[in-house]
Design a protein around this ligand. Structure first.
Ligand code: VAH
Length: 317
């Protein structure tokens, strides 16, 4: 009898690279299959790696069958900045691939799905401060449109086919193990790299642009808690708000200067300012805390200390 296994798509990305390590410690190295689009010869990973282009449905089915996959963490997606530059590909990658896994769950080929949504589902008409779970949602980005549509598809499959799919609306995620990606919030990752490498950083957002953020350890903890919760305890058919921190580039630079006094920040805004301006400044995550015990632990002070300490080692500085 084959053991049920876990598949992570987009596993070489910011969330996947940390989630894989955590899931391996819990379920064992041979029960976690990681996948991404990169050639195996370019991948340095201690475990089972399968090349998957998530647009290739037959390849997905082949890997699921080969490894007896029953739970899928579907992380592969285009983030906000990249999707805004590639709208049709962004929609296809973010939407078609979610529907693939929802169909596989409907057909009982897999049992359970985790899929990350984002505070990008909120738009310029959404209350900005302490944004509630179900306000008016008028996303004005390709990324936000795809994530809000995905949430409603998740709800439809749950209500019409009893699919077990769980989701959270991630704020900007901060981590040191992977470099900054194509996200609007990724200034808050790149700034740490540049602070160590160059002692200066040119930010593509204005100094007082407040955005909701979360340190990666708290994000991974949230995924594990949500997936471990009995489905009957979950009241949110779409996706749970996650908050954590809220800060501006100016506040983050002040925190970094406490460790690197000579650090200097300058500002040259680009198209991502309009994306950031359409998003909330802070998030009300009461439902996540009530339903399944979401409990972020890392402050901006603690996060900055962890980021700089680990990046100094990673960058040999
Ligand atoms: C992005 N990091 O900036 C992602 C995130 C809330 C934003 O979903 O696109």
């Amino acid at each position: 009898m084959k053991t049920d296994t876990i598949l992570i798509t987009g596993a070489l990305g910011q969330i996947g690279s940390e989630l894989a390590e955590k899931l391996k410690t819990i379920y064992g190295k041979n029960n976690v299959i990681i996948s991404d689009i990169r050639d195996p010869k370019d991948v340095n990973y201690d475990g089972i790696y399968e090349v998957i282009d998530v647009l290739d449905v037959e390849r997905i089915k082949e890997v699921i069958h080969k490894h007896n996959v029953k739970t899928v963490y579907h992380l592969a997606a285009l983030l906000s900045g990249t999707a805004e530059k590639n709208p049709m590909f962004g929609w296809k990658l973010n939407m078609d691939t979610l529907l693939t896994f929802l169909e596989l769950a409907k057909d009982k080929i897999i049992d359970k799905i985790f899929w990350p949504s984002s505070i990008g589902v909120f738009g310029p008409d959404t209350p900005k401060d302490n944004t509630p779970q179900n306000p008016i949602q008028t996303p004005s980005t390709v990324y936000g449109i795809s994530k809000l549509s995905g949430e409603y598809w998740c709800k439809w499959y749950q209500q019409n086919h009893n699919v077990d799919v769980r989701s959270v609306r991630f704020p900007g995620l901060i981590s040191w193990k992977t470099p900054a990606g194509g996200g609007t919030t990724d200034y808050a990752v790149d700034i740490y790299y540049k602070a160590i490498e160059n002692k200066k950083y040119t930010c593509f957002l204005e100094e007082n642009t407040y955005l909701p953020m979360l340190y990666m350890d708290d994000a991974i903890d949230a995924i594990l808690k949500l997936m471990a919760t009995d489905n009957n305890e979950l009241n949110e058919f779409k996706s749970y708000n996650l908050g954590g921190l809220s800060f501006s580039p100016k506040e983050l630079s002040i925190e970094i200067k406490k460790h690197i006094p000579e650090f200097e920040i300058s500002y040259e805004t680009d198209f991502r300012q309009a994306i950031a301006d359409s998003w909330p400044s802070s998030i009300d995550d009461t439902e996540a805390k009530t339903d399944w015990g979401f409990e972020p632990k890392n402050s901006i002070e603690k996060m900055t200390e962890i980021m700089l300490t680990n990046l100094k080692i990673k960058l040999n500085k």
